[in-house]
Ligand binder design. Structure first.
Ligand code: ATP
Ligand code: MG
Length: 424
C-alpha cells in the first residue's frame, strides 16, 4: 500500500453530525435572510492580494501574517480570501451594483487564515456573511443585529451576549488616536512586541490585543466612545433605541474595535462564554469608507460575518441539532426479480410523500442483513418485497418501531396506506 496523504493542518474534513449541523445552520440563516428580503451573492475564493492589503489594512494581523498569498503561473500575486467583505465590495463596484441603489446581500463559504490551529480557530474556516450597501441610517445597523437575534432564537441558542460600540467618524478617530498614543507611550516598555510596533502605525489595534499581559493597560486606556463626533453619537443612540424597542439586550464594550481597519461608527459582536477563548460567533459593523477605498463611488455600507464552525460547535454541545438523517421507510428487496419494482416503488412513494425520507436497500443481501440495515436506518416501516410479493403486486409493510402486525398491501394501495400511517 502506498503511504497515506493527510489533510493540511488546520483544514478540516467535515462529515457526519457536524456536516448535518453545518447544513442546518446555513439553511436556517438563508431562510432568515430571505425573510428580510436579502439576496444571495456568490464570490471567488481567490482575489488579487492588493484587494486585501488595501481594504483590511496593511498593519493588521491578517495582512501582516495570516494570508495565504502565492504567485500564480503568470506571476501575479493572488491570495485565498481571509474574509468576505473585501471581495463583496469589489464585486458590487465592478458590476455596477451600487449606482443609486441599495443592495442587501448574503454569502457563505470558506475563508483562509494562517493562524495557530486550536479549538474554534482553523486555517480554513467558514463564514456566513451579510453586507448592505447604500444605506447610511441607523435603522439598517439595527436590522442586521435584530435579524441575527432572530436566527439565534430560531436555533434555540440562548446565552449569547451582544456587545456593541461606536468607532465614530474617521476624523473623530484620528483625534482620538493622538490621545491614545500619548497614553500608551507612557507604558512603552511594558508593551508587547506587536503593540510596540503598532504604537505609531496602528495604535487602535492595541486595544484589540489578545495578550492577557496587555489587559490592564488596555482597560485603563482613554475610550474612543468618550471622543465621538456629534453625528456618530446620535447614530449610536438610535441603534440602541431600536434594540431596546425590540427587546434585545446589549452591553456597550468601549474596547471593541474589531481586527480590521475599515470599520467606522457601529461595531458589534455576539459572544459566548461556552466555547473557551474563541467566544465570538458573529462580528461586524459599519464601513462607510471602504467602497471608495476600493475604487467605487462613496457608498455607505454595513455588514457582519458569522463563524460557522463556532456556531456549529455550540449547536452540537447544546444538542440542538439532530443526528444523521433518519429514514422513515426502508425498502427491503430479496430475490432476482424484486430490485427493479423496489426502485419503482421508492420513486412512487417519494412522489406521493415528499416529506418522508425513503431509503432503498441498494447492494442486495439476505433478509436478515437487510433488516439489520433497516433497523439501523431509524425507519418506522420496512417495505418488503420478495418474489412472491412481486408476483402478487403486493408488499409487506413491517412496523419496526411499534408493536403491531406486519400487513400485506397491494402496490396500488400503498401510498394511501402509508399516508394514513404517517398522518397519525
Ligand atoms: P477573532 O477575534 O476570534 O480572531 P476576528 O475578529 O479575527 O476573530 P472576523 O474577521 O471578524 O474575526 O471574522 C468573523 C467571525 O469569523 C469571527 O467572529 C469568528 O466567529 C470567525 N472566525 C474568524 N477567524 C476564524 C478562524 N481562524 N477559525 C474559525 N473561525 C474564525
Ligand atoms: Mg482573528
Amino acid at each position: 500500500m502506498a503511504n497515506q496523504i493527510s489533510a493540511i493542518r488546520g483544514m478540516n474534513d467535515i462529515y457526519g453530525d457536524q456536516a448535518n449541523a453545518f447544513d442546518y445552520l446555513i439553511n436556517s440563516a438563508e431562510r432568515v435572510l430571505q425573510q428580510y428580503g436579502y439576496n444571495s451573492i456568490r464570490l471567488p475564493i481567490v482575489e488579487k492580494t492588493e484587494l486585501f492589503a488595501r481594504s483590511i489594512g496593511e498593519v493588521t494581523d491578517i495582512v501582516e501574517k495570516e494570508m495565504y498569498t502565492f504567485a500564480d503561473r503568470n506571476d501575479d500575486s493572488l491570495t485565498l480570501r481571509p474574509e468576505g467583505t473585501a471581495g463583496c465590495v469589489r464585486a458590487v463596484v465592478q458590476n455596477g451594483l451600487v449606482h443609486n441603489q441599495v443592495q442587501k446581500l448574503y454569502y457563505t463559504g470558506p475563508m483562509f487564515r494562517y493562524e495557530r490551529p486550536q479549538k474554534g480557530r482553523y486555517r480554513q474556516f467558514h463564514q456566513f456573511g451579510v453586507e448592505v450597501f447604500g444605506l447610511a441610517s441607523a435603522d439598517i445597523d439595527a436590522e442586521l443585529i435584530i435579524l441575527t437575534a432572530r436566527l439565534w432564537e430560531q436555533l434555540g441558542l440562548d446565552g449569547l451576549e451582544l456587545q456593541i460600540n461606536s468607532l465614530g467618524s474617521q476624523q473623530a478617530r484620528a483625534e482620538y488616536r493622538d490621545i491614545l498614543v500619548a497614553y500608551l507611550a507612557q507604558f512603552e516598555d511594558q508593551l508587547d512586541e506587536d503593540s510596540k510596533r503598532r504604537l505609531h502605525s496602528n495604535p487602535l489595534r492595541i486595544l484589540d490585543s489578545k495578550n492577557p499581559e496587555m489587559k490592564t493597560i488596555v482597560e485603563q486606556a482613554p475610550k474612543l466612545i468618550d471622543h465621538l463626533d456629534e453625528e456618530s453619537k446620535q447614530h449610536f443612540e438610535q441603534v440602541k433605541a431600536y434594540l431596546q424597542d425590540i427587546g434585545i439586550d446589549y452591553v456597550v464594550n468601549p474596547n471593541l474595535v474589531r481586527g480590521l481597519d475599515y470599520y467606522n461608527r457601529t461595531v458589534f459582536e455576539w459572544v459566548t462564554t461556552e466555547l473557551g477563548a474563541q467566544g465570538t460567533v458573529c462580528a461586524g459593523g459599519r464601513y462607510d469608507g471602504l467602497v471608495e477605498q476600493i475604487g467605487g463611488k462613496s457608498t455607505p455600507a454595513v455588514g457582519f460575518a458569522m463563524g460557522i464552525e463556532r456556531l456549529v460547535a455550540l449547536l452540537m454541545d447544546k444538542q440542538l441539532v439532530g443526528a444523521q438523517q433518519q429514514a422513515d421507510l426502508y425498502i427491503v428487496t430479496v430475490g432476482e426479480t424484486t430490485s427493479r419494482p423496489g426502485m419503482v416503488i421508492g420513486e412512487m412513494l417519494r412522489d406521493a410523500l415528499p416529506e418522508l425520507n425513503v431509503q432503498m436497500n441498494c447492494g442486495g443481501g439476505s433478509f436478515k442483513s437487510q433488516f439489520k440495515k433497516a433497523d439501523k436506518s431509524g425507519a418506522r416501516f420496512a417495505i418488503v418485497l420478495g418474489e412472491e410479493e412481486v408476483n402478487q403486486q403486493q408488499a409487506q409493510v413491517k412496523p419496526l418501531r411499534e408493536d403491531a402486525e406486519q400487513e400485506t398491501i397491494a402496490w396500488s394501495d400503498l401510498t394511501a396506506f402509508l399516508t394514513g400511517k404517517f398522518a397519525s
